[in-house]
Design a protein around this ligand. Structure first.
Ligand code: ASP
Length: 408
């Protein structure tokens, strides 16, 4: 049986177990969760997260070095960042369209919930941008500062390409490091079905059906916008720009999507999403190694969709109409906010606080959507990494012919 099938079966079993305990044996759920479900999920999650920092470093160094000249790197960089920005703006527009058409919020819903969400101050834009340059790369690696790691790795890769023979030993070392990490990904993935089972059973068991049903309209809007974005935008991109059959793309990329769904973390899924794009979708290693780690950090279309729907929802609950200017502000803030925050569970909620503040909506509104966010986080993370893979297919194809000429 294939990995995707195994993970999907594990997810279904997990939902059944979580829901069963929540409904029929809530007392027994806590010990089960503490001693079985959470550890099961965490072991898997930690094992794959363990590989992320070294893998991102090696693959970006190799990706940059493999591109050879700065012109090509610049071109790919512009294509990638351009794609990420445009796709996020499109995602936000789709989400606004869906939310404004369905109108998921009702006035007065607030007050039944505890409003206890602490807002974090949005960091100034200039500081976020300057912060991309690490003052101490070892510190960046040690603390997992993704953008800083990416920045440093691009420089190292550039140096390797430039110095050529002189640093061939180092290049080889990076290649072998990358091989080791990729090999370990394969081993860690054997645990994926167990991890997925533990993670979803724990989440569903804690949440229960009541919380889910009261937020049905909001969830429906997010899910609808996510589905539209994936089926229309990503399929379109893969087909038109990537010259690939969308069915082939989704079928082969499915294992990574199910792992993103189980872990709610683009970062943790990165090793697998890169491996899948390289092995199953035929994306070249330099392009995948550059485009996907960058995407896991700065491209979060699914998260943007949740934020747009949540903003409309909260505005309706508080009976505060959103002007067109406010919608534009949301687009700008949500796009910028996603750049500096790495793909880990729940970060979308912190960014939502910034988005709400930017349009003067009460941050307490987050309390409303927080309960069901665990589930939506799973769905949007799967969308987030699919966007990165679609971009990788597009960039790879658009560079493909030039590659052949260069290597011929
Ligand atoms: N969990 C998401 C990711 O890793 C980010 C978020 O929306 O919270 O991509």
């Amino acid at each position: 049986m294939g990995l995707t099938k195994k993970i999907i079966i594990a997810l279904i079993l997990g939902v059944a177990v979580g829901l069963g305990f929540n409904l029929f044996a809530p007392g027994a759920f806590v010990p089960l969760d503490t001693y079985v479900l959470t550890p099961l999920g965490q072991i898997f999650l930690k094992l794959i997260t363990m590989l992320v920092v070294p893998l991102v470093f090696f693959s970006i160094v190799l990706g940059t070095a493999g591109m050879g000249d700065t012109k090509k790197l610049g071109r790919i960089g512009i294509k990638t960042v351009g794609f990420y920005l445009i796709s996020t703006v499109v995602a936000l527009c789709i989400a606004f369209g869906v939310a404004l058409a369905i109108q998921p919020g009702q006035e007065g819903l607030m007050g039944t919930e505890e409003a206890n969400f602490e807002a974090t101050e949005p960091p100034p834009v200039m500081e976020t941008l300057l912060n991309i340059i690490p003052t101490n790369p070892i510190d960046a690696l040690a603390t997992g500062q993704m953008l800083q790691i990416i920045f440093f790795a691009i420089f190292v890769g550039f140096a390797l390409a430039h110095l050529g023979e002189k640093t061939s030993g180092m290049y080889k070392l990076m290649e072998q490091g990358n091989e080791i990490m990729m090999f370990l990904v394969t081993i860690a993935m054997k645990l994926a079905p167990y991890g997925a089972f533990g993670l979803i059973a724990s989440a569903i068991g804690k949440l229960g059906l009541d919380a889910l049903s009261s937020m049905a309209m909001y969830m429906l809007c997010v899910v609808l916008a996510l589905i539209l974005h994936v089926t229309v935008v990503y399929s379109g991109v893969v087909y038109a720009l990537g010259k690939m059959n969308p069915l082939h793309f989704f079928k082969n990329f499915a294992p990574a999507m199910t792992v993103a769904f189980s872990t709610s973390s683009s970062n943790a899924t990165l090793p697998l999403s890169m491996k899948t794009a390289q092995d199953k979708l035929g994306v070249s290693k330099p392009v995948s190694g550059f485009v996907q780690p960058l995407g896991a950090t700065i491209n979060m279309d699914g998260t943007a969709i949740m934020q747009a729907v949540a903003t409309v929802f909260i505005a309706q609950v508080f009976a505060e109409p959103l002007s067109v200017g406010a919608l534009v502000t949301v687009v700008l803030t949500a796009t910028l906010a996603s750049i500096g925050t790495a793909g880990v569970p729940g970060v979308g909620m912190i960014m939502l606080a910034m988005v709400l503040q930017s349009v003067g909506l009460p941050v307490e509104g987050i309390a409303l959507v927080l309960a069901v966010d665990r589930i939506l986080d799973m769905l949007r993370t799967a969308v987030n990494i699919t966007g990165d893979a679609a971009c990788a297919v597009f960039v790879d194809r658009s560079e493909g012919e030039k590659d052949k000429v260069e290597t011929a």
